[in-house]
Design a protein around this ligand. Structure first.
Ligand SMILES: *Cc1c(COP(=O)(O)O)cnc(C)c1O
Length: 388
């Protein structure tokens, strides 16, 4: 089976991890900070905090934004559940903003309307999580303008978008988002096994993220409420978590980072080839955002035509039967039983639901060969003819 995504691990990655295994530190050694600095530098961010996964990173980002009980977090319904769950972890209410039908990212026009209504009702969101979907940023310039107007914290869930660019700068530079969260899960652009990072340009956010990552404990005398009792002394200032990454993972991440550009160029090459070879088929692809360069985490098509759309499941099963590990990103979050329990229902976000009824993720990862990609396209073409 050709998977929809897969890591690329080479001998240099393996050597980097073995070196840590033979060193003095398996966790909390020198490589975590080196990894943080390398990612911050690559993205043009002032600060970066490595964490055990992006879900933890989103949770910490929400806590650092001061999100709590009674507050609102808004996000896109077409994302992984973690984009919304981070609000629930903080005890906040979650709501959604529908997607743009062409870029499949949070629609700034829908956001503007919803904000105007929320302002009248006095329930503006404290946090908006904009998702860089499939590797392409949302319209961050427009969303950031609304953040300034309405005073919410803008978090970019860039789990898909390590190495992507927007408005001439790397995603993570903080020109538009207050905090940017990356994932290093194996199906994403670079991997540390499990892992994530939160980037920001504000020292105060960075300080809070670091404190909360490690139990709320500090060893920094300048942060303490009284003079140190001695060299052993630390203080717990608030209720934090253990969301740390390990040196083993940081070593893998540093090694993977040296190959990020090669990964990105191969993904772009394969995505361009998909676009060229799918042009004659009854499918549409993600429309590029103005001034955005996707990292191409996912290559998704939307099936076009009434009969084909009704056969989405048959096409999906037919691809799997032919050894093509297609997937569907994502089931609208508001339709998950947990969120329906909170009052959401079918029809709430029509663009997201329409997208879900047509979408299909095709395999895309650096080691996908052109022969495999041809097999994916030929199989899809055959099924689309069969169900047309
Ligand atoms: C993968 C993913 C996450 C969660 O990442 P983990 O590192 O697995 O916790 C969050 N948001 C989106 C959009 C994702 O795709």
């Amino acid at each position: 089976m050709i998977p929809y995504g897969r890591q690329n691990i080479d001998a240099s990655d393996i050597a980097a991890v073995i070196e840590v295994l033979q060193s003095d530190w398996l966790t909390q050694g020198p490589l975590i900070e080196r990894f943080e600095q390398a990612v911050a530098q690559r993205c043009g961010a002032d600060h970066a905090v490595a964490v055990c996964n992006a879900t933890a990173g989103l949770h910490l980002a929400c806590l650092a934004a001061g999100l709590g009980s009674g507050d609102w977090l808004w996000t896109s319904p077409i994302s992984f559940v973690a984009s919304a769950n981070c609000g629930r972890y903080c005890g906040a209410n979650v709501d959604f903003v529908d997607i743009d039908p062409y870029t499949w990212t949070l629609d700034p026009a829908a956001l503007a309307l919803k904000l105007a209504e929320a302002a009248r009702q006095g329930r503006l969101p404290k946090v908006v999580v904009a998702v860089a979907f499939a590797g392409q940023s949302a319209d961050m310039r427009a969303i950031a303008a609304l953040a300034r107007q309405y005073g919410f914290t803008l978090i970019e869930d860039a789990a898909h978008a390590v190495g992507a660019r927007y408005a001439g700068n790397p995603v993570g530079c903080g020109e538009f988002a207050d905090m940017t969260v990356f994932s290093f899960h194996p199906v994403k652009i670079i991997t540390t096994g499990e892992g994530g990072m939160v980037l920001s340009n504000r020292a105060e956010l960075d300080r809070r993220l670091r404190l909360l990552r490690s139990h709320g404990i500090t060893r920094d005398p300048s942060q303490m409420t009284e003079a140190s009792h001695g060299a052993w002394y630390y203080q717990q200032l608030e209720l934090g978590l253990n969301y740390r990454i390990t040196d083993l993972q940081a070593a893998l991440g540093l090694s993977q980072l040296t190959r990020l550009d090669a990964f990105l160029s191969r993904r772009r090459e394969l995505a361009a080839r998909y676009q060229r070879l799918l042009a004659q088929l009854p499918v549409t692809v993600q429309q590029p955002q103005v001034h955005a360069e996707s990292a191409w985490h996912l290559f998704i098509v939307r099936l076009q035509g009434d009969r084909i759309q009704r056969s989405q499941r048959e096409v999906f099963d037919g691809m799997r039967a032919a050894g093509v590990g297609v997937n569907l990103h994502y089931i609208p979050i508001h339709l998950q039983p947990y969120y329906r329990e909170l009052g959401f229902k079918p029809g709430d976000f029509p663009q997201a639901e329409g997208y879900y009824s047509q979408a299909l993720s095709l395999p895309l990862y650096p080691d996908l060969s052109e022969a495999q990609q041809d097999h994916v396209i030929d199989t899809l073409r055959g099924l689309l003819e069969q169900y047309a």
